[in-house]
Design a protein around this ligand. Structure first.
Ligand code: NAG
Ligand code: NAG
Length: 144
């Protein structure tokens, strides 16, 4: 059997291109402190390299971390803050279209103080197939 370098590179490049499709949370910053009842902007960036990507589904969850570490969003999303389209637009950040979402941390009687996990769940299609990718992002918030 003959292995060529290029056959080894194909899975790597495939993986790299999948990673390059990633969106990320640019705001709030990981570890941000927010009060119950405080509103904040979630900014989800999808870099320009993703032009071929077709958005299919998008949701945002907020989960109180009852025990640490918090379960990943692939296991528990928590309170669904948003479930709808993700349509990033090119704004003031060159090459980085984004969409802003405005949320309010629920009141104290509905949401405990302490560590919480803000997560995004994004299903999109890429490539000619196309093939589906389920993508998760999460950051930690301190509810104070
Ligand atoms: C999106 O949110 C960020 C952070 O709050 C803000 O700086 C930016 O101006 C907002 N962009 C738009 C188009 O409203
Ligand atoms: C969020 O995701 C990262 C990996 O990107 C992980 O290390 C972290 O523990 C996760 N959980 C929270 C609550 O941020």
């Amino acid at each position: 059997m003959i292995f060529s370098v290029s056959s080894l590179l194909v899975p790597f490049l495939f993986f790299a291109s999948v990673l390059a499709q990633g969106s990320f949370i640019n705001n709030p910053k990981d570890g941000a402190r927010l009060r119950n009842g405080q509103s904040f902007t979630l900014q989800v960036v999808r870099p320009m390299s993703h032009q071929g990507s077709i958005e299919v589904g998008f949701a945002v969850g907020l989960l109180p971390c009852i025990s640490l570490p918090c379960p990943p969003p692939s296991e528990q999303v928590g309170r669904i803050m948003y479930n709808g389209p993700y349509r990033p637009q090119l704004q003031e950040i060159p090459g980085s279209p984004y969409q802003n979402f405005t949320f309010t941390i629920p009141p104290r009687d509905e949401f405990p103080r302490g560590t919480a996990q803000l997560s995004t769940v994004r299903l999109h299609f890429i490539g000619a197939g196309p093939f589906p990718i389920l993508e998760f992002n999460n950051i930690t918030l301190r509810i104070v």
